[in-house]
Design a protein around this ligand. Structure first.
Ligand SMILES: *Cc1c(COP(=O)(O)O)cnc(C)c1O
Length: 415
């Protein structure tokens, strides 16, 4: 199949979207933006499960292949269901462009490949998703892109790590699993001052709770696998930006490298986005309820949740997030044995590394998600053996608390 080197961002299908990005409020856009309707007049978003598209004539095929006419050619390049997802997510982030990818990690890979070259340097938060750390530490280093990791919450550490070769600042806020927050407005200023891309992985908050591009970030990354789906069904990702040239580069790269989102997954995510706002509100409510209850339990030493007034960045969180999110982590008195016993005594909660699901998940970061980093790095990151992470789901919080109480009550009884 012939591809062209320079591609105008295509993505116009023969169908038209009746809903544009900014004309309605958030909840409405989450349901309506990007919707298309085929000649069958289906009510739900159509699922275009096809690898290629047909033409009426040889001349039309020629125009599509050689002159990048707006027609769909092949689903690695464009697919109308994927396009609908891209339009809807861009609209929710209050941004102009989005490229959907096969996973959150593919979104990060595409972003780095589209913006950096050998010799460039990245400054990244030391509290990143595990595979992101591996990507910057091991994979990109082989391609000549180096990375310095700094403490997320310390703007001076970011400033002093920047060198003449630094082209990108990369962070997640709130962080995993301790829910530390960085001042996004301050990071925008640092990035602008040094001419670096500011990339924010917005997986924990989703645009329902935080919109980094509106605050000045250049690029937002998503693992759609998490809250955008919301029910743990599919793996996918996205890169969102207002920068037209960057978007064109991302799109060219994506179709050439082949890290495209499947149409089926896009269809699941489209349906997931319809309930995003409702779900995120309830994740926040349930997480707040569980976090406040954990604070009162005498087997619990510390609770990390930005919705608690005790959280060191409670005010900062309020200034840039419209909710504290669904991730709560807590430390029990004692070490690994006690943390594991709380986890093992749950009956309802799922012991899994995934997050952002309607089902509450529980895990022990020090021996799972952060089990491969050195003890020293773990201690530096504040991830001790007594730490338990919850992704609070949408079950009734009374049942979530009762399930956690089994193990916690045993710890306080034996203390
Ligand atoms: C899960 C996750 C990713 C990676 O996403 P995949 O869809 O699993 O590739 C990146 N960043 C964060 C914060 C995540 O939680």
């Amino acid at each position: 199949m012939k591809t062209n080197a320079s591609i105008e961002v295509p993505h116009t299908t023969s169908q038209t979207s009746s809903h544009t990005a900014t004309q309605h409020l958030f909840d409405t856009r989450a349901i309506r933006t990007g919707q298309t309707r085929s000649a069958q007049m289906e009510h739900n978003d159509p699922l275009h499960l096809t690898s290629s598209f047909v033409f009426d004539s040889a001349a039309q095929a020629h125009a599509a292949f050689v002159y990048d006419a707006a027609d769909n050619v092949y689903s690695r390049f464009t697919n109308p269901t994927v396009r609908s997802f891209e339009q809807r997510l861009a609209s929710l982030e209050n941004a102009r462009h989005c490229v959907a990818t096969a996973s959150g990690m593919a979104a990060i890979t595409m972003t780095v490949m589209a913006t950096l070259k050998s010799g460039d340097h990245v400054v990244a938060s030391e509290s990143l998703f595990g595979s992101s750390v591996t990507f910057f530490k091991r994979v990109m280093l082989r391609f000549g892109v180096s990375c310095t990791f700094v403490k997320l919450t310390d703007p001076d550490a970011w400033r002093s790590a920047i060198t003449d070769s630094t082209k990108m600042l990369f962070l997640e806020t709130p962080s995993n699993p301790l829910c530390e927050i960085v001042d996004l407005r301050a990071m925008v200023e640092i990035a602008r001052h040094h001419g670096c891309w500011l990339v924010v992985d917005n997986c924990f908050c989703t645009p329902a709770l935080q919109q980094p591009i509106a605050l000045g970030a250049d690029i937002v990354i998503h693992s759609a696998t998490k809250y955008l789906d919301g029910q743990g069904r599919c793996v996918g990702g996205a890169v969102v930006t207002n920068d037209r040239d960057l978007n064109a580069d991302l799109y060219t790269l994506m179709r050439t490298v082949g890290a495209c989102m499947s149409a089926f997954n896009a269809w699941v995510f489209l349906n997931g986005l319809e309930t995003l706002n409702l779900r995120m509100k309830e994740h926040c409510n349930n997480a707040t309820d569980v976090a406040e209850w954990l604070m009162t339990h005498d087997a619990v030493k510390h609770v990390h949740y930005p919705g608690l007034s005790q959280h060191p960045q409670f005010e900062l969180a309020k200034s840039q997030q419209s909710g504290a999110g669904g991730i709560v982590s807590f430390e029990v008195h004692g070490g690994r044995e006690h943390a594991w016993s709380v986890i093992d005594n749950t009956q309802l909660l799922s012991i899994t590394g995934n997050l952002g699901d309607a089902k509450t998940t529980i895990g022990h970061p020090a021996t799972t998600t952060h089990g491969r980093i050195s003890e020293q790095e773990r201690v530096a990151a504040g991830i001790g053996e007594s730490l338990v992470r919850l992704s609070v789901g949408l079950e009734n919080p009374v049942d979530i608390k009762n399930d956690l109480a089994t193990g916690l009550d045993m710890l306080s009884a034996s203390a």
